[in-house]
Design a protein around this ligand. Structure first.
Ligand SMILES: Cc1cc2nc3c(=O)[nH]c(=O)nc-3n(C[C@H](O)[C@H](O)[C@H](O)COP(=O)(O)OP(=O)(O)OC[C@H]3O[C@@H](n4cnc5c(N)ncnc54)[C@H](O)[C@@H]3O)c2cc1C
Length: 361
């Protein structure tokens, strides 16, 4: 019997397994995919997320996990256009390949003593007197693994969450990305765009290796459909930068949580996207995922053997993260372009004061 079974090797799962193993708990981590696996994502690690990673794992993200350009700075464009936006050189954003980045984090957990099992998919769970038995399916059939605590880090369509809370998926918003050959005029910057007739949340451009990635959030009742949104976005970028999106290689999409935070129950703790810990104003989920895992392991360690109520301890510790995500979701759902403009102009003043840089986006 394991002390902790972590389901999922994304950043949240890897951080949970690392911290658990480092604390001396017998830890297993499973993933349904062969590693390194791909994850649809912008692959941007903000400055505060990079600091959290260094704090937990005690090292910098290695060169092999980065893609060109390895470091980007943030530029934000409000509905009224580039002249009213800002450049934030203090947000030093690392540009990573999610397959290699997640695999690196998982390898650190293994180095600390966690046992890695993959490809093994969690297909069912049942409660016992002192923990849970997970049923894991692989090519060889279904096997069982028992653990005192289960950490559900299995992403936005979490099986752990469904098993625990019954059937329903959480509320989500879709993020679509289009990849174009060549790097365009975006230099070493990550551009975030806010305009309601394009996206109810955000649109962005990321220079990625030899490509340019255009992304935006889509919600069936809050904004235009994906094709219309993308064509408006390409039009806005063309007008602003003279950039013609040519050499389309592929389009991809996946969901991010939309404020439906759940901490878990009893000895099962939900972290990362599985728990709904992703911030929908900028789509940042890696930071909140890692933070929630830190809280989950702190709760397990604080609770000792009276583990039945560990989810409540976790909820207490992680409540500020959950509250922040919910608050952001509430205002994002109702934002008008006037409010987007007002918020970004206020942030612009703050960024200019802090950085001393008066350059616009
Ligand atoms: C298009 C897009 C762009 C984004 N860009 C950014 C960005 O630039 N920066 C940022 O911070 N966030 C970004 N996000 C959000 C970010 O990708 C997620 O918040 C983050 O990956 C969540 O990490 P996680 O560890 O919770 O889950 P995931 O990274 O989704 O990992 C879950 C893991 O669980 C495994 N799994 C699933 N089900 C099972 C099962 N039943 N059994 C075993 N294993 C299972 C999966 O194979 C996967 O490896 C973006 C999201 C999207 C969709």
């Amino acid at each position: 019997m394991e002390d902790v079974l972590v389901v999922g090797t994304g950043p949240a799962g890897a951080a949970a397994a690392y911290l658990s193993a480092k604390s001396g708990l017998r830890t297993s981590i499973v993933d349904k995919k062969v590693l390194p696996r791909e994850k649809i994502c912008g692959g941007l690690i903000t400055a505060h997320c990079g600091a959290e990673i260094r704090d937990i794992f005690g090292r910098d993200i290695p060169r092999e996990a980065h893609v060109e350009p390895p470091v980007l700075t943030e530029r934000v464009i409000p509905p009224s256009g580039r002249a009213n936006g800002f450049h934030n050189p203090l947000n030093r954003i690392e540009n990573v390949d999610r397959g290699r980045f997640d695999h690196w984090l998982t390898s650190l957990a293994v180095e600390e003593g966690a046992s890695l099992h993959c490809p093994k998919e969690l297909v069912a769970m049942r409660r016992t007197d002192n923990g849970w038995i997970a049923q894991l399916r692989s090519r060889g059939g279904v096997e069982e693994l028992g653990a005192r605590y289960v950490i559900g880090a299995d992403g936005v369509y979490s099986s752990c969450r469904r098993e625990l809370l019954g059937g329903r998926n959480q509320k989500t918003i879709s993020v679509i990305q289009e990849h174009y050959e060549g790097r365009g005029p975006f230099g070493d910057s990550f551009y975030l765009f806010f305009k309601g007739d394009i996206s109810p949340i955000y649109a962005y451009v990321v220079p990625k290796g030899s490509c340019t990635v255009l992304g935006l959030g889509v919600h069936r009742s809050l904004g235009p459909p994906a094709d219309l949104a993308m064509s408006r976005f390409r039009g806005w970028i063309h007008q602003t930068f003279g950039y013609e999106a040519r050499g389309h290689t592929h389009r991809e999409g996946w969901s991010i949580p939309f404020g439906d935070v759940a901490y878990g129950k009893g000895r099962v703790l939900l972290v990362g996207d599985a728990g709904g810990f992703c911030e929908p104003f900028t789509g940042e989920g890696i930071y909140f995922g890692i933070q929630s895992s830190r809280a989950a392991i702190a709760a397990i360690l604080a609770h000792g053997d009276g583990g039945r109520y560990v989810a409540e301890v976790y909820k207490d510790i992680a409540a500020p993260i959950g509250r922040k995500v919910r608050q952001i979701t509430d205002y994002v759902s109702t934002l008008t372009d006037e409010e987007r403009e007002r918020r970004i102009r206020a942030k612009r003043i703050k960024v200019m004061e802090e950085s001393g840089v008066t350059e616009t986006a």
